[in-house]
Design a binder for this molecule. Sequence first.
Ligand SMILES: Nc1ncnc2c1ncn2[C@@H]1O[C@H](COP(=O)(O)OP(=O)(O)OP(=O)(O)O)[C@@H](O)[C@H]1O
Ligand SMILES: [Mg+2]
Length: 315
Amino acid sequence: MRPTNLSDLRRRGSKTAEAASAAQQLRTELGTLVDVREPKDAEEPILGEVVRAAILGWLHEINAAEELRAVGVKPRSTALLYGPPGTGKTTLAHHLAARLGVPLVIVKAEQLVESSLGGTGRRIAELFDGLAKVGAPCIVLMDEIDAIGTERTDDNQACAREMNAALTTLLQRIEGFGGRLIAATNRHDKLDKALWRRFGLQISVDLPGEDERFAILKRYGMPYDFGDEAIDALTEVTRGAAPSLLRQVMEGLKRAVVLGDRLRLPMNDPQAILRIVIEEARPHPDYKPPPLWADVRLVSTFAPEAWPPAREARA
Ligand SMILES: Nc1ncnc2c1ncn2[C@@H]1O[C@H](COP(=O)(O)OP(=O)(O)OP(=O)(O)O)[C@@H](O)[C@H]1O
Ligand SMILES: [Mg+2]
């Protein structure tokens, strides 16, 4: 949405300044426990219909909090995002924070884990106390929540007891937290059931479908115009690839266009270039490789309209 008039611009400006000052306070108070990102640095992920609808619904709900409270509905304040690596969970949390005009406070759950007795519980307490002390509106993203949120065990080993205690502290702190909290994981099957239940929304951020792959390839191909047919062909042979890998491929192609002569790449042969790019950008060996990586001969389907590609008129 573009600001329409001067007062709109001023309102936006003051909201940006507020978010920047809140971000600074959070950094000062929470130090190395967190990484704070501001709304201005957010980018919008390209998502499937279902996730988009869920997120839009949540935004409407947050903006209509008073109306909902008036009829006895408490707006949901927590969400769990789960799905394979590189599908946009962190990007989405940042985008949501930006839509609300507040900073995103990223806590890597792994950083909360400490080996001393009661250490993890103390760090969790330190985090939530710090957030309450600053009191500034923000979204907290507990990334890799599985690091402390895996299913509790009956194991009586000191380490298991320690993790169970830390998880109990986390559950209590989430319950008592007044702000908005998102957790992300790519190991949702391992999550403790009581923790799972703490989230008002559970959203699966899955690998992109065909339309999303096309849009992602196109976005990261900009400002070059590779032509829809070439992007279509790439869409087809990258079935099963995460957005992060699609981004790597397109950035690899752009890098080659810019540096190709200096690197003595075969600049008259786009298929050879794509082949070099996919040798350097690969899916994790644990995942089933998308067709292009399973059969490298599929580079032959990549035939851009012009090579090197033209820059789009509006970059
Ligand atoms: N849906 C998407 N649309 C556009 N770009 C995306 C999308 N998903 C990921 N990306 C790009 O891929 C990169 C990694 O994304 P991100 O860190 O959000 O993934 P993630 O799901 O949080 O991964 P992980 O599970 O490893 O934490 C980002 O640079 C982002 O720009
Ligand atoms: Mg992430």
